[in-house]
Design a protein around this ligand. Structure first.
Ligand SMILES: Cc1cc2nc3c(=O)[nH]c(=O)nc-3n(C[C@H](O)[C@H](O)[C@H](O)COP(=O)(O)OP(=O)(O)OC[C@H]3O[C@@H](n4cnc5c(N)ncnc54)[C@H](O)[C@@H]3O)c2cc1C
Length: 321
């Protein structure tokens, strides 16, 4: 079939890659070059955040964890397995159940006291994929192009605007804009501000989801570290707030004292595509051809991307009504 995929973020490109692998012709329509899409600036660590529903996120997340782990093992650009520490503010009962995400991760163990920063009584250690999107996304785009996809740069007003490309099926993976293209007014922005600093030699990801100053996470990459972050539902402002930058630096230094004095490279803001539930669904009534939606991944687009894309291929190939 000839499939038009709208969006060249992580969602659109992973759908395009799997559709090409399944033998379809693919045209990718995007309003922006990959360097300007939300996926490009994401911290891009595997960790379910601000996305639902929980059972589907767990299933998509487990699939994606395995795909990214295999990519890390085979040296795909930008993908590494990152040792990680989730900090806890209360001592942990050894019999307490592990968090939901632990099933996908496999080996999760209590942190030893010598692995904890000052003031923290407990934590969990595990390894998850971390994806350096400025390397991975262009690689994914090039892979998709090499496999035969063509790219059209076009800003759509409505999803109907792709019908001149003669699709048999349209995949709607336009991120935050996806709702507007199909009159789904339940999609909203979840603003995220992060700070990029020079990496002072760190190789452990550390997070405290319950820091009194707000969520705190430190994700070391090859030459920089992503420090976060904010999660502000309904906020459209994309200008970094200097006060927020200072607050992020302060709380990240609490959890990783070695960050004190790290050189600040830039502050960045991205708008995550929020919705009550990620929409992976086929719609046979919207256009004269079937539409398969894959949008509203919230703070989990990299965490669930490959799992959602597998379902998209199944829905594309499903029999119509
Ligand atoms: C600060 C921050 C940190 C994050 N950290 C993580 C993390 O650690 N782990 C994780 O899993 N997720 C993280 N996320 C979430 C993740 O970035 C998103 O869930 C993901 O990028 C969504 O990808 P997408 O491909 O659906 O959308 P996008 O990357 O936004 O791509 C949308 C595509 O649609 C196209 N498009 C938009 N409008 C139109 C139009 N009108 N016409 C044609 N094309 C259009 C765009 O040009 C683009 O190609 C983070 C997000 C932010 C902001």
């Amino acid at each position: 079939m000839r499939i038009v995929v709208v969006g060249s973020g992580v969602s659109g490109l992973s759908c395009a890659a799997l559709l090409l692998r399944a033998g379809h012709q693919v045209v990718v329509v995007t309003a922006h070059p990959v360097q300007r899409v939300t996926s490009h600036l994401a911290a891009a660590v595997w960790f379910p955040t601000a996305a639902g529903p929980p059972d589907a996120v767990a299933r998509w997340g487990a699939t994606t964890y395995d795909v990214l782990a295999a990519e890390a093992a085979t040296g795909v650009p930008g993908v590494v397995m990152r040792e990680s520490l989730s900090l806890l503010r209360e001592p942990r009962d050894p019999d307490a159940p592990l968090p939901d995400w632990a099933d996908a991760v496999g080996r999760v163990r209590p942190a030893r006291p010598d692995e904890l920063p000052p003031g923290y009584p407990a934590g969990l250690r595990y390894a998850v994929p971390l994806v350096e999107m400025p390397r991975y996304l262009p690689h994914l785009e090039a892979t998709v192009a090499r496999a035969g996809a063509t790219f059209v740069v076009r800003r759509l007003e409505r999803l109907h605007d792709v019908l001149d490309l003669a699709p048999d099926v349209v995949v709607n993976a336009a991120g935050l804009a996806a709702g507007r293209l199909v009159d789904d007014d339940t999609v909203f922005p979840v603003r995220g501000q992060i700070v990029r600093v020079a990496n002072p030699g760190l190789d452990l990801s550390v997070r405290d989801e319950h820091h009194p100053g707000g969520r705190a996470y430190v994700h070391p990459r090859t030459s920089d570290c992503i420090l976060g972050g904010t999660l502000d539902a309904g906020v459209w402002d994309t200008d970094p707030d200097p006060a927020e930058t200072a607050a992020i630096l302060a709380r990240c230094t609490d959890i990783v004292p070695a960050l004190a004095g790290a050189e600040v490279l830039e502050s960045l803001v991205g708008l995550r595509p929020g919705r009550r539930a990620i929409r992976v669904e086929r719609d046979d009534s919207l256009l004269p051809v079937p539409v398969v939606h894959d949008y509203a991944h919230g703070g989990s687009g990299i965490t669930v991307g490959w799992g959602c894309a597998q379902d998209v291929v199944r829905l594309v190939e499903a029999e119509g009504p």
